[in-house]
Design a protein around this ligand. Structure first.
Ligand SMILES: Cc1cc2nc3c(=O)[nH]c(=O)nc-3n(C[C@H](O)[C@H](O)[C@H](O)COP(=O)(O)OP(=O)(O)OC[C@H]3O[C@@H](n4cnc5c(N)ncnc54)[C@H](O)[C@@H]3O)c2cc1C
Length: 476
């Protein structure tokens, strides 16, 4: 078989589906080649016995313009359910107790998580010189805000990357933060000045609204309010199953090799034969893309990934007095078995049968892959022991399922900056090859959708990627 297409997308995860959505203005549907038997990649919901849990993501924040456009255009915005962060406390495990995470500058001043000295140290940030490139998030945070913030930073990094804040690269994970720090000499000063600039520019932006596709990567929620966590009554899998509708997806069609054609365009070979396309989009997690790109001499063959297991635990309501809120996370120094737990049935309605609660505990991560080697019974016993020391649980769970996801979370560590430079060079040499997906431009759903929109724009309008790095909101 030798077929020719305008656009081939490899991977029917969220990234591939989102690119296909944003390419909807093209004359012909892109062909999507998927190695598995279903679309959605790591996004997969679990529904059994009245419990609705997730193998992968639990939601995403509603403060990203590309995601908003996608939800509105598909009608998904009407079906989404939202849990505003402003109404839902998140807890951090601190010295064996759950303490609410501060959600505002005033909350930060009042929190018992920092001493008076620690709080005063935050105010010194504008006097600290910008750090040179090549540091970890932990090194950077300590330099700018002092050592007391490290457990909080650990909490945020655990809640997003299941990662190690002493290994993740600040330059790659938070390029927008680094840009502000370098441009204004201080992050706080930069945030304040940019906020003021945006306020002054607002009337002009409003006049232009509707004339072109909105380009602002992330937007603070209106009036500075906290954003909301978004999902669907059927779980997150609904998002990808809806995006798959009316797309041209070939399942069990894994791509095994790719090569540029002398006359322009690309050839892909794999299960299902040989196909050619003018534009080839690899919408794959970094490691899976690197496997297809070994002939282009990437600086590294693989990047580290953090795997986690989600353990769904159903309790009778009278047995579990769970505090009101989204859940908690535990920094490494607390020495807990569980990374944290979501109070899922409090976050979104109808996640547990009547009279019951659903908690989802997270295990493993970059620092504890060995815990994933435990069998289900041992893992659940450890989790229950751990949770009992934090929450007033009178009896063991009446429902338990261990969900071991297939994919790991890419870790953007020290070598990642080199990898991104290599990708830029590759893009210049091969403008009809596009790399997007899990771990290239971040790891969150909003980042995947934003990157997908950028790729679609590049193909449709021949634009190059010249956006300034923006400050990414954290979704944990
Ligand atoms: C456990 C976990 C929890 C998460 N929690 C959150 C969260 O709460 N909020 C949030 O915003 N984000 C979260 N994320 C991140 C979010 O899920 C990802 O950003 C997003 O789903 C990545 O989508 P993708 O399409 O890039 O990759 P994937 O989902 O990995 O999809 C890639 C697809 O490509 C296919 N494929 C691979 N190789 C080939 C090949 N050679 N040929 C053809 N097809 C191929 C795969 O089968 C797969 O379907 C989480 C991720 C994980 C793993």
């Amino acid at each position: 078989m030798n077929d020719h297409y305008e656009i081939i997308i490899v991977g029917a995860g969220l990234s591939g589906l989102a690119v296909a959505h944003f390419l909807a203005d093209q004359q012909s549907l892109p062909l999507i080649l998927e190695s598995g038997t279903r679309s959605g990649g790591v996004i997969r919901s679990f529904n059994e016995g009245g419990y609705l849990a997730e193998w992968g993501p639990h939601g995403f924040l509603d403060n990203n313009s590309a995601s908003r456009q996608l939800l509105t255009a598909t009608g998904l915005a009407r079906e989404a359910i939202k849990a505003p962060l402003a109404n839902n406390v998140r807890f951090v495990c601190n010295q064996g107790r759950l303490v609410p995470l501060p959600q505002s500058p005033l909350g930060l001043l009042r929190t018992p998580l920092l001493s008076l000295k620690g709080k005063l140290r935050l105010a010194v940030e504008p006097c600290k010189k910008p750090l040179a490139d090549g540091h970890s998030i932990g090194q950077w945070a300590e330099h700018r805000f002092g050592p007391e913030v490290l457990p909080l930073v650990d909490t945020a990094v655990t809640g997003t990357f299941a990662g190690d804040y002493q290994r993740l690269s600040i330059d790659v994970v938070m390029p927008g933060v680094r840009r502000l720090e370098k441009e204004y000499g201080s992050l706080l000063r930069g945030l304040w000045r940019e906020r003021r600039r945006k306020k002054q520019a607002q009337p002009a932006t409003e006049q232009n609204a509707g004339k072109s596709r909105e380009k602002e990567p992330e937007q603070p929620a209106a009036g500075g309010r906290l954003p909301a966590m978004t999902s669907f009554p059927q779980g997150m899998e609904y998002l990808v199953s809806r995006l798959s509708r009316e797309q041209n997806i070939r399942y069990q069609s894994g791509v095994e090799s790719i090569r540029p054609l002398a006359e322009g365009g690309w050839e892909v070979t794999g299960r299902g034969g040989v196909r050619q396309a003018e534009h080839l989009i690899l919408a794959l997690p970094v490691n899976q893309a690197l496997r297809l790109l070994s002939a282009f001499t990437p600086p590294i063959a693989t990047i580290p990934e953090a795997r986690i297991a989600t353990v769904a635990l159903g309790f009778r309501r009278e047995d579990a007095a769970v505090p009101a809120g989204f859940g908690y996370l535990a920094p490494e120094r607390e020495g807990r078995f569980t990374l944290g737990a979501l109070f899922s049935s409090q976050m979104f309605p109808a996640r547990a049968p009547a009279g019951h609660l659903l908690l989802e505990a997270l295990v493993g991560g970059r620092r504890h892959p060995e815990r994933l080697e435990l069998d289900d019974d041992a893992m659940v016993a450890n989790i229950y022991q751990d949770l009992r020391r934090l929450l007033p649980l009178k009896a063991p769970p009446v429902f338990v399922r261990v969900l071991r996801g297939a994919g790991g979370i890419p870790q953007l560590e020290a070598d990642h900056a080199n990898l991104l430079c290599w990708r830029q060079t590759l893009a210049r040499q091969h403008p009809q090859l596009h790399l997007t997906g899990f771990g290239w431009d971040g790891i969150g759903i909003n980042e995947m959708i934003q990157a997908a929109q950028r790729v679609a724009d590049q193909i449709m309008q021949g634009q190059s990627n010249t956006e300034r790095a923006a400050v990414r909101p954290v979704y944990f």
